[in-house]
Ligand binder design. Structure first.
Ligand code: ADP
Length: 585
């Protein structure tokens, strides 16, 4: 491995130009200056090497040394990831260092500090799955570690290795201790492996993402599901609910591992998230949510280039757990800050600016991120499936969705949750707009098989109802509801009821924050039955006001508070009452 040395010839903010690094390669990791600041080669021009430095560059000057490590920017993978809080280049923030729930201080790492990503001194108890004589190939499980109450960390044969096991190590080991010796003539395997952040990890096969990531959020599961291994984008102006939505997903989505990338939000804002996150409990296990979470944090007082790296660091850790057979949810808040980092570095490079000053490669970089989502068959002899679902929040300036980061994200993600400022102002949460949002995933078959054969039929019904009401909306705006035919007025009124009693769901409600799929369907059934009865009643000349004003209609507003276990019985009872009262009117 080369350890070539060069000199800085120019410093422009986070970008440094060096000469004398003849063997430097694109995306090589370099150390800059006396402090050894971390940087990455981003361009080679003649004998000049352009470096993006992931740390504050003040103090660097022309003539400072630059050392090419010869290795690409990589992450450390192994036990110790879960519960950690890292910066964009995987240095643990002092906050936690393996102490989930510990006190949070202002996120800050000293410059040039060589902090290993994973703790070196911690000894992990190991459960070996192989013994001497076994033949193993890449991706096979060698041993497991109970990393936290929620995660069994599976140590696999790394890509490119394989052979006969000749020896296994101790029952307890640190991440750098040898644990398995193979007869392939190479170094013994340790739990710690490294992977270059900009390269996808190999898999045995890719699967069509058709299984939904169940979120317990009605507007998502019923109208705009995201598939496991798919991707979603959630643009919204300030205060429309991006952060709450991502936290809700972190808490309730049926993912085994959550990776949260906080990218360049204001320092104190992120400190809040960091403080809050470790206190959240996992509704599935009752344990702290951090027991299945990895956090990557970049505040805007950290150097801009580190934000770019954080996205790749996060997704590489996600792929690593996917390969173990887990469903991973990767939540990035916000990709706009990341786009701004690209823009700033690009302008320092004096590149030709594209749309709104973003570099021309903004769409390809965004694509590289979203396209690392996926549902896969992992390498290895057992049939292991895993997935990485990517959810990217976008904070368009002024809430204007026509700006480049929103537009490109829209083209790349399969699910679009459009947060609407007007809904948020009216305290309709989640403020996901029911006609402007969409999902391209074909998850209907899964719901019909796993929940109830009538699931997708109910979805089609409610979509139709909301669509018709939206068409009527224009007329109503102009002329009021009086001009509508009685049946149209019922459609309009029931759509309102769907908005208020079904699509609204408070993240803070002790019962309703999470709604199981069965209960979602029970609620829909009641509303649909009411709609049918109401249409019949007005067709038989019962006045619309009389139907909508019945006491039993108000009961539907209380469905969300039904205890989950009672939802089936109570929905049946309510349908009976509706039949008796509305049906008889
Ligand atoms: P953003 O991240 O888009 O700026 P937040 O996620 O911080 O917005 O949401 C702003 C506020 O809106 C929250 O503090 C909360 O009061 C309210 N809110 C957002 N989503 C929900 C929800 N699902 N349930 C209840 N309240 C919500």
């Amino acid at each position: 491995m080369s350890a070539e040395m060069g000199r800085v010839v120019r410093v422009a903010g986070p970008v440094v130009v060096a000469e004398g690094l003849e063997r430097a390669r694109l995306y090589s990791l370099v150390r800059v200056g006396r402090r050894g600041l971390v940087g990455e080669v981003i361009r080679l021009v003649g004998d000049q090497t352009v470096i993006q430095v992931y740390e504050e560059t003040s103090g660097l000057r022309v003539g400072s040394t630059v050392v090419d490590t010869g290795a690409p920017l990589s992450v450390e993978l192994g036990p110790g990831l879960i519960g950690a809080i890292f910066d964009g280049v995987q240095r643990p923030l002092p906050v936690m260092a393996g102490k989930p729930g510990g006190p949070v201080t202002e996120p800050f790492v000293r410059r040039g500090m060589d902090l290993p990503g994973l703790p070196r001194d911690r000894r992990w108890p190991l459960a070996y799955r192989v013994e001497p004589g076994n033949q193993v190939t890449e991706g096979d499980i060698l041993l497991t570690v109970s990393e936290t109450v929620a995660v069994e960390h599976r140590i696999l044969v790394p890509p490119g290795r394989g052979g006969k096991v000749v020896r296994v190590g101790e029952a307890e080991a640190t991440v750098t201790d040898p644990v398995v010796w193979l007869d392939d003539g190479e170094e013994p395997l340790t739990m710690l492996t490294r992977w270059p952040v900009r390269r996808r990890r190999p898999v045995a096969g890719r699967l069509d993402p058709t299984e939904p990531l169940v979120t317990g959020q009605r507007v998502v599961d019923v109208l705009f599901p995201v598939a496991k291994g798919g991707s979603a984008t959630i643009p919204g102006g300030f205060g429309t609910g991006k952060t709450v939505h991502e936290q809700t997903l972190a808490k309730y989505a049926d993912a085994d591992i959550v990776i949260f990338i906080g990218c360049g939000e204001r320092g104190n804002e992120l400190a809040e998230v960091l403080e809050e996150f470790p206190r959240l409990t996992d509704p599935a296990t009752g344990a702290a949510l951090i027991e299945r979470t990895v956090i990557i944090a970049n505040t805007s007082n950290m150097p801009v280039a580190a934000r770019e790296a954080s996205i790749y660091t996060g997704i590489t850790i996600g792929e690593y757990f996917r390969d173990q057979g887990y469903d991973v949810a990767l939540l990035a808040d916000s990709t706009s800050r990341w786009g701004e980092a690209l823009r700033e570095v690009s302008s320092r490079l004096e590149e030709m600016p594209g749309e709104e000053g973003y570099p021309a490669y903004l769409p390809s970089r965004l694509a590289e991120f979203y396209e690392r989502s996926g549902a896969v068959v992992a390498l290895g002899a057992d049939e292991r499936r895993g997935s990485v679902t990517v959810v990217g929040a976008v904070s368009p300036p002024g809430g204007d969705f026509s700006e480049p980061v929103t537009q490109y994200s829209l083209r790349l993600a399969g699910t679009f949750w459009a947060l609407d400022a007007e809904l948020a102002r009216g305290r309709h949460f989640p403020a996901i707009h029911w006609t402007r949002s969409y999902s391209l995933y074909d998850t209907a078959g899964w719901f019909d098989r796993q929940v109830d054969p009538s699931w997708s039929e109910h979805v089609v019904w409610v979509q139709g109802l909301l669509g018709r009401a939206e068409e009527l909306e224009d007329i109503v705006q102009l002329l009021g509801t009086d001009v509508l035919a009685p049946e149209e007025r019922i459609t309009f009124a029931v759509a309102r009821l769907v908005h208020e009693d079904f699509l609204q769901q408070s993240a803070y409600d002790p019962v309703d924050a999470f709604c199981p799929l069965n209960k979602q369907l029970d609620m829909l059934r009641v509303i649909r039955r009411f709609h049918d009865l109401a249409v019949k009643a007005v067709a038989a000349d019962t006045p619309v006001e009389k139907v909508m004003g019945m006491g039993v209609v108000g009961e539907m507003g209380r469905m969300r508070s039904w205890p989950h276990a009672e939802a089936a019985d109570r929905s049946e009872a309510l349908i009976e009452r509706l039949e008796a009262e509305v049906g008889a009117s």
